[in-house]
Design a protein around this ligand. Structure first.
Ligand code: DGL
Length: 273
C-alpha cells in the first residue's frame, strides 16, 4: 500500500486553489502539483474544443510529473473535457460540478440561484444535472462575465468586483433564492464579499470539500493509498506550482490565495502555448 500519493490539479487560473485548500486538509501528506493555465484564462467564454485541447495538454504534463490522479479544479473544464480525459487517460480523473443536489436539499424558499461561467451554464452536462436533481425546486442561473478576471487580479473586494457581485446576485435574490451555488472555483475567494452583498441569511454552497473527499476515496480504492497514513503526524506533504502565464505575477497572487509563499514555475513552452 502506498503511503503518499501525487495529485495533479489544474484550473484556467488561480481559482482551483480554493479546491487545493480542501485537498491539502484532506490529504496532508500528498505531493500536490498545481497548474494555473493563466495564459488562457478565462475558459468561460472559450469554445469547448479549445478547453478540451488545453485540458489534454495540462493532464499530459501532470502525468509526466508523476501524478497518480488528476483533479479538474474547474467547473468549465469539467463540462468541456472530463469525458475526453477519462477516455484518454488511465488514472482517476476527478471533476467538479455546480452543487445542485446539496443546494436543492438545503433551500427553504424553493428557489436556488447558480452563479457560474457561461460555458458551464450552457453545457449539456449542466442541463443533465438540473434534469437529475432540480425536482420541484426553481433553479435560476446567472452567468458572471468579468468575475474570474477580478479574482485573477487579486481584486477580491474592489469597487469593480463589488459592482459585479451586486449586479449578478440581485436578479437571483429578487426571484427569492435563499441558496446560492458558487459554480466556479474562483468564486469561493469572493465568499466574504458575496455574503456581505447578499446577506448572511443566504447560504453559499460550493463543491471543493466534497471533491477532496471523493479524491481521497478514489486514491484509496484505485491507487492503493493507505488510509491510516494520511494524517499530518505521519509527515508533511509538498506543493509545487506551475503557470502558463507570467510566473512572477502568478506567484504574487497565488501566494495571497494559498496563504504561503508560492514560487510558480513556468510551464514548458510546448505545454504553455
Ligand atoms: N475556475 C473555473 C471554473 O470553475 C474558471 C473559469 C474561467 O476561466 O472562466 O469554472
Amino acid at each position: 500500500m502506498a503511503s503518499r500519493s501525487t495529485i495533479g490539479v489544474f484550473d484556467s487560473g488561480v481559482g482551483g486553489l480554493s479546491v487545493l485548500h480542501h485537498i491539502r486538509r484532506t490529504l496532508p501528506r500528498a505531493r500536490l502539483i498545481y497548474v494555473a493555465d493563466s495564459a488562457h484564462v478565462p475558459y468561460g467564454d472559450k469554445p469547448a474544443h479549445y478547453i478540451e485541447q488545453r485540458s489534454v495538454a495540462l493532464t499530459r504534463f501532470l502525468l509526466s510529473r508523476g501524478a497518480d490522479a488528476i483533479v479538474i479544479a474547474c467547473n468549465t473544464a469539467t463540462a468541456a473535457a472530463a469525458s475526453v480525459l477519462r477516455h484518454q487517460f488511465d488514472c482517476p480523473v476527478i471533476g467538479m460540478e455546480p452543487a445542485v443536489k446539496p443546494a436543492v436539499a438545503a433551500t427553504k424558499s424553493g428557489v436556488v440561484g447558480v452563479l457560474a461561467t457561461t460555458g458551464t451554464l450552457k453545457s449539456a452536462r449542466f442541463a443533465a444535472l438540473l434534469e437529475r436533481y432540480a425536482g420541484n425546486v426553481e433553479i435560476v442561473t446567472q452567468g458572471c462575465p468579468g468575475l474570474v478576471e477580478q479574482v485573477e487580479l487579486g481584486e477580491l473586494d474592489s469597487a469593480i468586483t463589488r459592482e459585479l457581485v451586486e449586479r449578478y446576485t440581485a436578479p437571483l435574490l429578487a426571484r427569492g433564492a435563499d441558496t446560492l451555488i458558487l459554480g466556479c472555483t474562483h468564486y469561493p475567494f469572493l465568499s466574504p464579499l458575496i455574503r456581505e452583498v447578499a446577506g448572511r441569511h443566504i447560504a453559499l454552497i460550493d463543491t471543493g470539500e466534497a471533491v477532496a473527499r471523493h479524491l481521497r476515496h478514489r486514491l484509496i480504492s484505485e491507487v492503493g493509498l493507505n488510509p491510516d497514513l494520511q494524517i499530518s503526524k505521519c509527515g508533511s506533504g509538498s506543493a509545487q506550482f506551475f503557470t502558463s502565464g507570467d510566473a512572477a505575477q502568478a506567484s504574487g497572487i497565488m501566494s495571497v490565495l494559498w496563504g504561503g509563499t508560492v514560487d510558480a514555475q513556468p510551464l514548458p513552452p510546448c505545454v504553455a502555448a
